[in-house]
Each structure stands twice: as C-alpha cells, then as structure tokens.
Design a protein around this ligand. Structure first.
Ligand code: A2P
Length: 273
C-alpha cells in the first residue's frame, strides 16, 4: 500500500491506524471500524482489555475487505500476563475477533511476568499464528532487558505520545534499535484540552487543516505511527485526510515546544492495574 512502513521483520504496516479504546462493544465499535475501513484505514488497534474485539471482528467482516488487506493489532492483558495465561488469552482474542491469525500481537504493559509472556509471544510468532510481535509501554530499561534475553526483536513499542507528552527521548531510543513506535493518545486523549490549543488552530489555518490533522501530521513527520481514536464518522474521515500537506520545520518545532513532560496516562514503572 501507499502509506506503509516496513517493520524490522520486513512485514509492512500502515502508517496510521484507528484506535478503539473506549469505543463501546456493539454498534458503536462496529460502525467505527467499517467507517474507517471504507475510508482508507487499513490498521485497527484493539486489545483484550478494551472488551470490544467481537465488534472489531464484526466491523472487519462487514467491510467485505479481503483479510490480507487489513492489519489487525490486539494485546494480551496484564492479568493474563501475571497468570501466565498468554496462550489462552491469544486463542480467546482470535475467537472473539473471528480471525485465524493476528497481524501484530502486543504485551499491553510490562507487568510482573512479562518475560514469560514474551516467550509465549515468540512461540506464537514461530508457529505463524501472528505476523509480528511487539510491546507497549516499555521504557528503556525494559527494552534493554528484553533485547539482552530474546531471539526475536519486538517490531514495535506502543507508547503514550502527544504534543503534551511527546516522549521523544524514548522514541529516539526505539528508532535507534530499529523498533517502530506507535502512539497511543496521539491527540492527547479523551478530556485533554489539546485540540482547543490556539497555536494548533493558527498552524492549521495555514494549511486548511484542523488541530487534530496538524497533530496527526506532526506524528507522521517524526516517524511515529498515530492511532487516533474516534467513534464519529466525520472525525474518523478527517483524521486520515493528512497525506496532502506537509508541516514546515518551523511548525514542527512549534509543536515540539508544547511538550510539558507530564504524562496523561499511567507511568509504566508504577502500574497498579
Ligand atoms: P470521539 O471518539 O468522541 O470522536 P486520542 O486518540 O488521543 O486518544 O484522543 C481521541 C479523543 O479525541 C477522543 O475523545 C475522540 O472523541 C476525540 N477526537 C478524535 N478525533 C477528533 C477530531 N478530529 N476532532 C476532535 N476530536 C477528536
């Protein structure tokens, strides 16, 4: 496809995806997924934790697209990692999605027991049950430990990143190790004031784009794969309409300067869920 990147195992992955955290199981998620697939999205990012895998699968089926045209990501949840039940969790996710393989299977958080879970992911990869494996919310120390003890390198690290908390140091670290970076809460997340930011409107005006489109474009130009979430058709469509303009270096710098260094989501070193 046009807007794809090559992962470190040569699998191609779309450069932008639909996030579905907090999209409700049922018609809301089914509709979001079909709307996205009808409007050019090819990557859907879900997780066992989101409790909407069944609807994601239904949306994929309803789109009528061939399976090999769609890139599906899901994740093993913390409780299953701790209980050493990753293989069972994987089968359950496949079942709910109604699929016979997953494109990208991720560890959701580096909780106690993740090393064993990573072994299980490597086994799924060797058995061709998944096309690629990776992690989420791994900090440098987690990655150092993983890379020192693993045959298979994670293809991605999915982490929090937005103009408010750009996480650039960790992104540079991952890129230096040929690990692609996906951004969760790429627009600052639900409840954030980011999309009302005056400066983002000013920048957007120059290109005829919305603050959300400016932020998504900023991610793309720093080689980060954004996973914007929306359940509204107009926004879903707007968020992928970002391949017909380019932010200037100066505008990129203005957005880099919005970093507060303050997380919106959980700290990977202090997980209490
Ligand atoms: P909704 O699903 O009601 O559209 P993130 O992707 O950073 O987690 O944040 C997505 C949040 O921003 C969601 O609450 C989503 O709400 C909202 N959102 C997504 N796309 C847009 C957009 N283009 N303009 C305004 N708000 C958006």
């Amino acid at each position: 496809g046009e807007h794809t990147i090559a992962l470190n195992n040569d699998v191609m992955m779309p450069q932008i995806g639909l996030g579905v955290w907090r999209a409700e199981e049922g018609e809301q998620t089914v509709n979001a997924v079909t709307t996205a697939l009808e409007n050019g999205y090819r990557l859907i990012d879900t997780a066992a934790f989101y409790k909407n895998e069944k609807s994601v699968g239904e949306g994929i089926a309803r789109s009528g697209l061939p399976r090999d045209q769609i890139f599906v990501t899901t994740k093993v949840w913390n409780d299953d990692i701790r209980a050493e039940k990753t293989p069972e969790a994987f089968e359950h996710s496949l079942d709910l999605l109604g699929l016979d393989y997953i494109d990208l299977y991720l560890l959701h958080w580096p909780v106690k027991g993740w090393q064993k879970a990573w072994d299980d992911l490597q086994e799924l990869y060797r058995q061709h049950r998944v096309r690629a494996i990776g992690v989420c919310n791994f900090e440098e120390d987690h990655l150092d430990e993983l890379l020192a003890n693993s045959d298979v390198k994670p293809v991605v690290n999915q982490i929090e990143s937005s103009p408010e908390f750009n996480n650039q140091q960790l992104i540079d670290f991952c890129h230096g190790k040929d690990i692609a970076v996906e951004a969760w809460k790429p627009l600052g997340g639900q409840g954030s004031d980011l999309l009302n930011n005056r400066e983002l409107f000013d920048i957007g005006d120059k290109y005829g784009k919305s603050p959300a489109q400016v932020v998504i474009r900023w991610h793309l130009q720093r080689n980060v794969i954004p996973l914007p979430k929306s359940v509204h058709a107009t926004r879903i469509i707007q968020n992928i309409n970002v391949f017909d303009f380019e932010l200037s270096d100066e505008d990129m710098q203005r957005i880099n300067a919005m970093n507060t260094g303050k997380r919106n989501g959980a700290d990977p070193h202090h997980i209490d869920f």
